[in-house]
Structure formats: structure tokens, C-alpha cells
Design a protein around this ligand. Structure first.
Ligand code: TYD
Ligand code: MG
Length: 463
């Protein structure tokens, strides 16, 4: 390959330089030049999306995409009903969370259903991957024959070659950061390499109609490494999350061209790999202490806008007043949300919490970032501060405003349905939400509508 087949393009202004420069000569931006290949045309469009004759809506068939179910129901649901041939799924997550395990299980599931699958590993040796596959599959490994194949790869060309030989319907590349393209001089994992490698793999998937899964590492602040460049190139972006030292794992979609991006799948890391958790509420509430203060059950929707409601236990612990300002620690809840709730409890209801340590936690390791957690969190803190347990048969949800008012939230009936299925009889809910839920959407749960947070606390703590 001739050396001048690459050029450096400023990501700020688009200026082109023949070699790398620390500062763009055109716009003056620092470190904005990124290596790119020149002159190669690559069509990542499939035949039906090729520009040309316009068609009317009625002519287009409902679902042109062929799907392969992996047999892992929690994964299939997040994907929108299985892996789509010719689609590219990016799976991000912290090291050790279980990305390789999940995708190996997915390939095993696909090949058990007759599909050909290829696992390209750049991170671990083929021997390591095979060992893991045997551990997960046990005796079922032999029955797969040559339908599940593995290859070690460090160059994207090796993956392309292996795919040509194995002709898989599903391909995992673990991980996209360790692969490089020899057409570029940059090291593996740089933005230019990531973009080039991903573009070539996307091209392969579209051309050969392969369901492609890319493993992507996550940076410390939780973003997919490779400044968002990958997210635009792929069809589906999934995040695999879980706390260290906790077996529970959540798989969420943040982008899905082939389904809803509001689904969440729940798994548990066990000896034989990841096990599905069809009833997460049961798992999250299993260790709830009896008659303890500072514990409130909340029906939450783990994925923003998602249809699925899950019950979690919100816990709070309040220390004794000390000197200076108290520490605030939040796990599974945003620190700003906890700070706001504490300020409302102090200024609007008369709790004194400024010099006390306050710990808040969503038990089980799920992270909740929806306003509906406000009310149960406030009740949990009040319960801990007063050392009075909350009524056992009760759940609570609702947003809290800065004046101490309780505001309505969406998905009321889904939350009540989940509460009822776990045996809860009463729910403290925002008055405006209660008005919108008809009697037959309540699943037999008695609604206690509230307008203010102090009202909710009185009822929950039976003051
Ligand atoms: P892994 O899939 O390698 O994570 P990632 O690819 O995201 O880095 O799995 C991580 C951890 O899971 C590893 O520390 C061991 C554990 N594990 C189990 O507990 N049980 C199992 O059956 C497997 C395969 C892994
Ligand atoms: Mg891995």
C-alpha cells in the first residue's frame, strides 16, 4: 500500500494535511487532526436503501429485516426480537462486566438453532475463549459441530478472511479497540483506527448479511471509548452494566434502528455464565430486612421511557449530627438528586440534616435515573432520620419539586401492576397520576394520592 494512501483530516474544520500536525494550520485547533484513508469508496448501504427509484409507503414490506433469535430471551427482547442479519450491534461496558460471556452465549444460542457463528477474539487467546465456551456449554459443545468457530485476530483483514472462510450468519468481534487496519499507521485503539476498523466491519456485515456484534470498551466516565464515533456507525448500541462484587447485570439499548431503545434485560452472573432473570423484582427484594427503618420499595422504570417496571428497595441511613457539614453518599442514585431531596426535607419540612452523614442506596446494584425515585427516596431518608419503619405493604413513587410538591410521573399502571404481582397492597402516588389511572388499571392496589411530600411521609411512617 502506497504511503500517501492516508491523510490527516481536522475534525474541527475539515482541513486536510499530508502528515500529522499538533495544531490545525487552518482553524488553529489543537490535536484535531485524525488519520484517514483516501480515495476508497465504500458502500455501506444495503440494496433496499440504495438511492434510486422512490417507492410509496405501501410498497415497502413491514419488516424486511430477517431476525435470528439467540434463544436468550432477555437479550432478544433488548435487540427487538433477535439479531438482525446485516445489522451491527455495539456492546459497551466496563472490563469484567461480562461482555465476552454474553456474546459467546449469544453465538452458542444461535448455533444451537442452526446458524453458523464466528467469534473473533483479539483480547483473549482462542484457547481461553474455547475454555470459556466449554464451561458455559458443557456437553452441548460437541453437538454444535463446526457451526461455532473461533479465530484470533489483531488485524481487521484477518477477521474479513476468517468470515470469508467460515461464512457465518453471526459474528462477534471482541474487541473493536484491539483491531487495527494496516492501511493506517496509527496504533490500535486510536480514533482513526477505530473508525477505519469499524467502517470495514460494518461494510462486511452489510455486504454479507451478517449479524455483527462489536465489543467496545468504556472509558472511566462511562462513555464508549472512541469519542462517540462508533455510535454513529452502528445500528444498535447496547450498554452492559453491573456493580463490582454484585452478580446482577443490566443490558440496556440506547439506540436501536431495529426496535425500541427503551428495553432492559436483566441477568445474573453465575458459575455457568450469565443466567436470565425473568423476574428482577423478586431478586431485588429478596433480602429486604423486616421492619427496618430507612427502607422503601419503589416501582421504577429502569430505562427512560421504558414499558417495564421493576421493584427496587431504596435504602437510607442517617448518622448522628456532627460538627461541620455531613457527608452525602449515593449509590445507584445521582448525587444531585439526593442533595435536592435533602434540601427539600430541610427547608420545607423542617428536618435537620446539614451536619449529619446521609447514605442512600438502591439495593441490588441497579442505577435509577428517573424522577419517580424522588418520593421513595425522601420517605426512606425521613424513615431513617426518625428511626421509624415504613409500612410493609406499601410502595411509593413520584417526582418531588423544589417547593415540596409531589408531581406526576408516567407509567403509573405498569408500576402498580408490578407492585401487585409482588403482593403489595397500597401505593403512595402523586395526586395527578392517581387521577389518570382508571380503576381497572390499578391491579387491585389501593391508591393513596398525595400532593405534598410531608403528607406522603406522614402516611408512610404512620405518624
Ligand atoms: P467477561 O465476559 O470476560 O467480561 P468482559 O468481556 O466484559 O471483560 O467476564 C467477566 C467475569 O465474569 C470474569 O471475571 C469471570 C466472571 N464469570 C463468571 O463468574 N462465571 C462464568 O461462567 C464466566 C464465563 C465468567
Ligand atoms: Mg472480554
Amino acid at each position: 500500500m502506497a504511503k500517501n494512501s492516508t491523510q490527516y483530516v481536522c475534525q474541527g474544520c475539515g482541513a486536510i494535511a499530508p502528515r500529522w500536525l499538533g495544531r490545525c494550520p487552518s482553524c488553529g485547533g489543537w490535536n484535531t487532526l485524525v488519520e484517514e484513508t483516501v480515495g476508497k469508496k465504500r458502500s455501506s448501504t444495503t440494496s433496499e436503501s440504495r438511492p434510486g427509484r422512490p417507492v410509496s409507503i405501501g410498497e415497502v414490506s413491514e419488516d424486511a429485516a430477517a431476525r435470528l433469535p439467540t434463544g436468550i430471551a432477555e437479550l432478544d427482547r433488548v435487540l427487538g426480537g433477535g439479531a438482525v442479519l446485516g445489522s451491527v450491534v455495539l456492546v459497551g461496558g466496563d472490563p469484567g462486566v461480562g461482555k465476552s460471556t454474553l456474546l459467546l452465549q449469544a453465538l452458542a444460542g444461535l448455533s444451537q438453532r442452526g446458524a453458523r457463528a464466528l467469534y473473533a477474539s483479539g483480547e483473549e487467546s482462542v484457547a481461553q475463549v474455547a475454555l470459556r465456551a466449554r464451561r458455559i456449554l458443557g456437553d452441548a459443545a460437541h453437538a454444535l459441530g463446526d457451526r461455532l468457530q473461533m479465530v484470533g485476530a489483531s488485524d481487521v483483514a484477518e477477521v474479513e478472511d476468517a468470515a470469508k472462510r467460515a461464512r457465518p450468519s453471526a459474528l462477534v468481534v471482541d474487541s473493536v479497540q484491539v483491531l487495527r487496519s494496516s492501511e493506517l499507521e496509527s496504533a490500535a485503539g486510536t480514533v482513526s483506527q477505530l473508525r477505519e476498523v469499524t467502517a470495514r466491519l460494518v461494510d462486511l456485515a452489510k455486504r454479507e448479511q451478517i449479524a455483527l456484534f462489536l465489543v467496545g470498551h468504556v472509558t472511566k466516565d462511562g462513555a464508549l471509548a472512541g469519542p462517540k464515533v462508533l455510535e454513529h456507525l452502528v445500528d444498535v448500541v447496547l450498554a452492559f452494566e453491573g456493580e463490582r462484587g454484585n452478580a446482577f447485570r443490566a443490558l440496556r439499548a440506547s439506540k436501536n434502528r431495529y426496535g425500541s431503545a427503551t428495553e432492559v434485560g436483566v441477568f445474573e452472573m453465575a458459575q455457568g455464565g450469565l443466567a436470565e432473570v425473568p423476574n428482577p423484582s423478586e431478586l431485588f427484594l429478596a433480602e429486604r430486612p423486616a421492619h427496618a427503618s430507612g427502607s422503601v420499595v419503589a416501582p421504577v422504570t429502569p430505562q427512560e421511557g421504558g414499558a417495564r417496571a421493576v421493584l427496587v428497595e431504596v435504602q437510607a441511613l442517617v448518622g448522628s449530627p456532627g460538627l461541620g457539614s455531613g457527608r452525602r453518599t449515593a449509590t445507584g442514585i445521582a448525587a444531585t438528586r439526593l442533595a435536592m431531596i435533602l434540601a427539600v426535607l430541610e427547608r420545607k419540612i423542617g428536618f435537620t440534616l446539614t451536619s449529619t452523614d446521609v447514605f442512600a442506596n438502591v439495593a441490588g446494584g441497579l442505577s435509577i435515573d428517573e424522577p419517580a425515585i424522588d418520593l421513595p427516596l425522601a420517605i426512606a431518608v425521613a424513615s431513617a432520620a426518625r428511626d421509624r419503619p415504613c409500612a410493609r405493604d406499601l410502595v411509593a413513587f413520584g417526582e418531588i419539586g423544589l417547593a415540596g410538591e409531589v408531581r406526576g410521573v408516567a407509567r403509573g399502571s405498569a408500576r402498580l401492576g408490578e407492585a401487585a404481582s409482588m403482593g403489595f397492597k397500597r401505593a403512595i402516588v402523586p395526586a395527578s397520576t392517581a387521577e389518570r389511572i382508571s380503576a381497572n388499571e390499578r391491579s387491585g392496589v389501593e391508591l393513596i394520592p398525595v400532593r405534598r411530600v410531608d403528607e406522603a411521609i406522614r402516611i408512610a411512617l404512620e405518624d
